[in-house]
Design a protein around this ligand. Structure first.
Ligand code: ATP
Ligand code: MG
Length: 786
């Protein structure tokens, strides 16, 4: 080892240090939350660089989110005490695979400038295939097919290898449609998310020379959050590591929360089999949370039967108990949390003062965020939403992006379909069908088909002129972009460092503005008189602004396709709002966990499911939530929630009952109830203690007769049994019901848009925006796309 100082090793305990210093051979670090797994992993990277065992590009390090990757890079640089020349292969599975696939796209029949489809495009494409096959997509929603295909891709199953056990899926049509879908994607020069891994696994399996090249290149492999890898990711890792076996995986079976996306916690258990003689490290000291928080988390996770079982300890001081508070409704919960955040910030809660950056609100479902966003906007409390591609989901943003995509990748037919008549160019269904027909007959993309249609005089009237204009514009804009250089497969130098062919006439930022203006898209919204139009124009400006941090349009499009964070570049302290899923691996001194109600958390779907699998995953999510907190953890629930103007009562979450009493303090909200701020005593059972606050509020509102109130009271006397419900409804209907969650926005063919406010056997109660509240059969509903 080089005689360099190694202060980063002194910060580790002996078990961590062993994991860092064991550089050769497989290492598995299996340990609970906050025990320093990620820290050890990061130190290992630093150690490899410091001792000269590896150069930055030889290290393949996989994190679960882009945010985690960014943080890890920063930490490595800080520990090294000097800036590193990049870590090109530190990122998420998807971001790494997209880079690799661009180098080898031709091996799976793609071009290196392929487009990454988002779920919306994916669905539109599937819908077309389903309709073309003459399938009634009301009865057999394309969304269901999308789920089946995703699941196969997560399991690394290509169309040729669909197992017979799965052949009956989607009325026996799924295997064929899957094959057609893959063919269509190839024609479009596009991939979906699942393809990024699937194609790389296929390439590695079919081209041993390519695999060997990367086995030699990636001399050290590190994986964080290993418990959440799916089969495709697992195979990909195993292929890369099989030659040198220098692979270090860290994980925690109690934090496996992506089972619904095909993650297999069994991959952890399989590790020792795949890599015999693996050095297995167990860590038990938690450095993150106070004993009360740790004990509360342990109390909840103990309810799961299917676990390896680990006990955690800490040297930290006792600190605050986990705080628990019940509210009358969701709005009040948001109001209270807003006030509480301000009070904690001022230091008037008898705790040390905290900044807004120290605080986070972690929700179960993203629709819970709205109440907080609204409230915080009203009181001027700075916040940021982390982990949601919400901005990029907006209509005007998606339209603008479709223009950009088409300029970067002219084969992107889906993008063409989206914008050909947006703004209106007098190109209705008939004209579009003509373009489709000509493109298909000539085996070309829609853009080229459109050019042909114009040339051949197949499109008449004012549409013809507009279409000709669009085709020339697209070609012109494309000439203004930097040429995309095809990548040689034997070369591993990062794309960004390559010289570009051709010189750009304008910057990509100017180009984006030109595209939006010259296409008439900006003008379309300027002429629009609806109240949303000004906001949409603002968003378009925001979009062009976002381009500044990218080198070119393609890089930007890629980023958006992979985006998990939208919190970049803002100065000033802010409260973070995110889902529990997005909070994995993170930590905050002060954490709020709102919405702990049965039906919301655990989700209705997990409660209705037969078997306890779903419920156990929800419980792990609760464990993840509590263990994000370092010093102050506040859990809350509301007795009633208003969803699209309809009131829905709820029971406190069964997980609240599982919190060990001696580590919990029940709060009553200040002022409002005349109770003053402070502990209300535990009463009998966790939820029973809740009554005093809610009771006073209930009395005030004279709502003793509301069902929500009655159920709250019942709940305080008897603990419900967490067993799956019996039902006489048919299996198919139940399956349909369980694919929905409370509060979810849905679409019904006859009644239009609405939100789910109740679930009863095989029926769903839906508050429709126009048609009022109705009970409908789940089969006739689809999840809303907007
Ligand atoms: P999770 O399972 O939630 O991802 P983790 O096991 O990855 O948690 P880290 O995030 O690495 O845990 O560490 C948790 C906290 O403990 C961090 O603030 C980290 O800096 C600190 N920490 C880790 N190891 C030590 C140590 N040996 N001494 C002091 N602090 C440590
Ligand atoms: Mg971690």
């Amino acid at each position: 080892m080089a005689a360099r100082p190694t202060p980063y090793l002194d910060e580790l305990n002996p078990a961590q240090r062993a994991a860092v210093e064991a550089m050769d051979g497989p290492v598995l670090m299996l340990a609970g939350a906050g025990t320093g797994k990620t820290k050890a992993l990061t130190s290992r990277i630093v150690h490899m660089l410091m001792t000269g065992r590896a150069r930055p590009p030889e290290i393949l390090a996989v994190t679960f989110t882009n945010k985690a990757a960014r943080e890890m890079k920063e930490r490595v640089a800080r520990m090294l005490g000097q800036p590193i020349e990049g870590m090109p292969w530190l990122g998420t599975f998807h971001s790494i695979c997209v880079k690799l696939l661009r180098r080898h796209a031709e091996l799976v029949g793609l071009k290196s400038n392929f487009t990454i489809l988002d779920t919306d495009d994916q669905l539109r494409l599937l819908k077309q295939l389903v309709q073309a096959a003459g399938i009634d997509d009301k009865r057999w929603p394309a969304r269901q097919l999308a789920g089946i295909i995703d699941d196969w891709k997560n399991r690394a199953i290509t169309p040729e290898r669909v197992p017979t056990a799965d052949a009956g899926a989607y009325n026996h049509k799924a295997p064929r449609l899957y094959a057609e879908y893959q063919t269509r994607l190839r024609e479009l020069n596009a991939v979906d998310f699942g393809d990024l891994l699937l194609h790389m696994v296929t390439i590695f399996q079919q081209h041993p020379d390519v695999l060997e090249q990367y086995q030699r290149w990636f001399r050290f492999i590190l994986v964080d959050e290993y418990q959440d890898t799916n089969v495709a990711q697992y195979l990909w890792l195993r292929l890369l590591a099989s030659a040198h076996k220098n692979i270090c995986c860290v994980g925690d079976d109690d934090q496996s929360i992506y089972g619904w996306r095909g993650a297999e916690v069994g991959n952890i258990l399989r590790f020792e089999k795949d890599f015999p003689g693996a050095h297995v490290v167990r860590l038990e000291q938690n450095y993150r949370s106070t004993p009360h928080i740790l004990a509360a988390a342990s109390g909840v996770i103990r309810g799961n039967s299917d676990r390896l079982g680990k006990e955690l300890w800490t040297e930290a001081q006792d600190g605050e108990k986990v705080r628990l508070i019940g509210h009358w409704d969701g709005e009040e919960e948001a109001r209270w949390i807003g006030e509480e955040i301000e009070a904690i910030q001022r230091g008037t809660r008898g705790m040390r003062p905290y900044t807004l950056d120290d605080m986070a609100i972690l929700v179960r479902a993203s629709h819970q965020m709205r109440a907080f966003e609204d409230r915080f906007l009203t009181i001027g409390l700075p916040y940021k939403v982390i982990g949601g591609p919400r901005f990029y989901e907006r209509l005007e943003i998606r339209d603008a992006m479709a223009y950009f995509r088409l300029v970067v990748s002219p084969d992107d037919d889906l993008a063409f379909e989206r914008i050909v008549n947006t703004p209106k160019r007098g190109l209705g269904d008939k004209a579009q069908q003509t373009i489709q027909r000509i493109a298909r007959a000539n085996g070309v993309s829609l853009v080229d088909g459109a050019a042909l249609a114009v040339e051949m005089g197949e499109i008449k009237g004012k549409g013809a002129k507009a279409l000709a204009q669009l085709v020339t514009d697209l070609a012109r804009w494309r000439r203004m972009t930097r040429a995309v250089v095809p990548v040689q497969s034997d070369d591993i130098i990062d794309d960004e460092t390559r010289p570009m062919e051709g010189s750009p006439e304008v910057s990509h930022i100017e180009l984006a503005q030109i595209i939006l203006d010259e296409s008439g898209y900006t003008e379309m919204w300027q002429n629009d008189k609806t109240p949303e139009a000004p906001g949409r124009l603002e968003n378009l400006k925001e979009l062009v602004k976002a381009l500044e941090s990218f080198e070119n349009l393609q890089g930007f499009l890629e980023h958006v396709a992979l985006i998990m964070d939208n919190d970049k570049g803002d100065e000033g302290a802010k409260v973070s709002i995110m889902t529990l899923h997005a909070a994995k691996g993170l930590e905050f001194p002060v954490v709020f966990l709102p919405g702990w109600e049965d039906g919301l958390f655990p989700s209705q779907r997990s409660m209705d499911e037969s078997g306890l699998k779903g419920l156990e995953e929800e419980r792990r999510l609760a464990y993840v939530g509590i263990t994000r907190a370092e010093e102050v953890c506040t859990i809350s629930f509301a007795g009633n929630r208003r969803i699209f103007g309809q009131w829905q009562s709820a029971l406190p979450s069964r997980f609240i009952d599982e919190l060990p009493e001696e580590h919990v303090e029940v709060l009553t909200p200040p002022g409002l109830y005349g109770g003053g701020y402070g502990a209300a005593g535990m009463g009998g059972g966790m939820s029973g203690g809740m009554s005093s606050g809610v009771e006073a509020r209930a009395a005030e509102a004279n709502v003793y007769n509301s069902p929500g109130w009655k159920r709250l009271q019942e709940r305080s006397q008897q603990r419900p049994i967490s067993q799956p419900r019996e039902s006489r409804a048919s299996a198919i209907d139940l399956e349909a019901v369980s694919s929905f969650t409370m509060g979810e926005r849905v679409f019904h063919q006859k009644f239009g848009y609405g939100a789910i406010i109740g679930i009863e056997g095989d029926k769903l109660e839906v508050a429709f925006e126009k048609a009022g509240t109705k009970k409908v059969v789940a089969r006739f509903l689809s999840a809303s796309d907007d």
